[in-house]
Design a protein around this ligand. Structure first.
Ligand SMILES: Cc1ncc(COP(=O)(O)O)c(C=O)c1O
Length: 397
């Protein structure tokens, strides 16, 4: 998308992205855009953010070589250990950055949506750290399947609002958070949790998450002498995936894979595979690939993993899909459960169900991955939050 004088339009990735919101939401988005330009480049912001990432969140995270699984698979499997971060997932990279921005903008409160609860926990954590009020919107179904994270948010001082309408998942939580923001925009920043939504969120979240891929790229070269052959990440709204994949985009020899949640895989089942099964459409203020019915109404999504259960996807992924730079593939619920158990049993690492989808794609494509390849997977989070839910599908003798 170009302006009349032929320049790329800010907030667009090819035809995708933009800011399709009601007029009442424009002022806080424009205010945020200005804050990104004026506050984020300052040494005051950059130094504090770097210090928080290192000493509070625990960066940099290691790249771990899975020797047992590599032997089984016939190629080298490496994990970028975002699961080791404070609060247990990559979400803190973004939440701490946006909460710091909110503080420096003089805001008193932050709000957020959450699916798996990891972004809610990360935002509630940042709010506690900076002394900000915090309200988290969460689909009622997710409140149930991610119960430990609800307790953590409340303990951190956040108000958790269960959203009961629709499917009671992430889509409804974002709708409710955007509605609420209209009423309190003067003293409140909406800390968006994924690389989606209206401009400037997709770019802001990507820029706060690209530390994952930047570190991993350097670590792989230092450790193995060259770049990985394949880089894989799970795609919900798209923040861990864009954070991991973006720094590799110019490395044309590296195959990039995003893994969407296919649901149960039964004919006609609900899925969250918006890039594989969707069409261009508008949701949550952006033009993107979207699951929709023949009338253009947004379809309900489905996945065993709350964090991937979303009918849309960030616009930069829609663009990377349209130009074929990233391959977007699908993994199903049962494959994710198998991968969840396999990493746990053979490497002693319990992964989040979201990250298990990325691993599942690797385990299911062993025949297509040449022996000796180096495969790097973003382990976006740890599985503690998923134990109760996952155990419904696992039979321990
Ligand atoms: C551990 C983990 N990985 C991945 C995701 C998916 O979100 P995104 O696509 O924004 O990385 C979530 C969402 O909650 C998550 O908790």
């Amino acid at each position: 998308m170009k302006t009349l004088d032929g320049k790329p339009r800010p907030g667009y990735f090819g035809e995708f992205g933009g800011r399709y919101v009601a007029e009442v939401l424009l002022p806080p988005l424009v205010e945020l855009e200005k804050a990104i330009e004026q506050i984020m480049p300052t040494p005051e912001f950059q130094d504090r953010y770097a210090d928080l990432l290192t000493n509070y969140c625990g960066r940099e995270t290691p790249v771990f070589y899975c020797d047992i699984l590599s032997e089984q698979l016939g190629f080298d499997l490496y994990l970028k250990r975002e699961d080791l971060l404070h609060t247990g997932a990559h979400k803190i990279n973004n939440a701490i950055g946006q909460a710091l921005l909110a503080k420096m903008m003089g805001k008193k409160n932050i709000i957020a949506e959450t699916g798996a609860g990891q972004h809610g926990v990360a935002t509630a954590t940042a709010a506690a750290k900076f002394g900000l009020g915090c309200t988290i919107f969460m689909g009622a179904k997710d409140v149930e399947r991610q119960a430990p994270n609800v307790q953590r948010m409340k303990l951190l001082g956040a108000t958790v609002v269960p959203v009961t309408y629709g499917t009671g998942t992430l889509k409804a939580a974002i709708n409710q958070a955007l509605r609420f923001w209209i009423t309190c925009q003067e003293d409140t920043l909406y800390v968006f949790g994924t690389a989606a939504g209206p401009h400037p969120f997709p770019t802001l979240v990507r820029d706060l998450q690209k530390v994952i891929g930047t570190e991993a790229r350097r670590q792989m070269v230092e450790r193995t002498g060259s770049l990985p052959d394949i880089v894989v990440a799970a795609v919900g709204g798209g923040s861990n995936a864009i954070g991991m994949l973006y720094p590799f985009i110019e490395d044309k020899e590296v195959k990039l894979v995003g893994v969407e949640a296919g649901g149960t895989g039964e004919p006609g089942c609900m899925t969250s595979a918006s890039l594989n099964l969707g069409r261009p459409g508008v949701v949550h203020g952006e033009l993107t690939m979207l699951l929709q019915d023949e009338n253009g109404q947004i379809d309900d999504s489905g996945s065993i993993s709350a964090g991937l259960d979303y009918p849309g996807v960030g616009p930069e992924h829609a663009y990377l899909h349209s130009i074929g730079r990233v391959n977007y593939e699908v993994a199903y619920d049962d494959q994710a459960i198998d991968a969840f158990q396999r990493l746990t049993r053979f490497e002693g690492i319990i992964p989040a169900l979201e990250s298990s989808h990325a691993l599942a794609w690797v385990f299911n494509h062993v025949d297509e991955i040449p022996a000796g390849s180096k495969v790097l997977v973003n382990l976006s989070g740890r599985g503690d939050k998923d134990l109760n839910h996952a155990m419904k599908y696992i039979n321990l003798k």
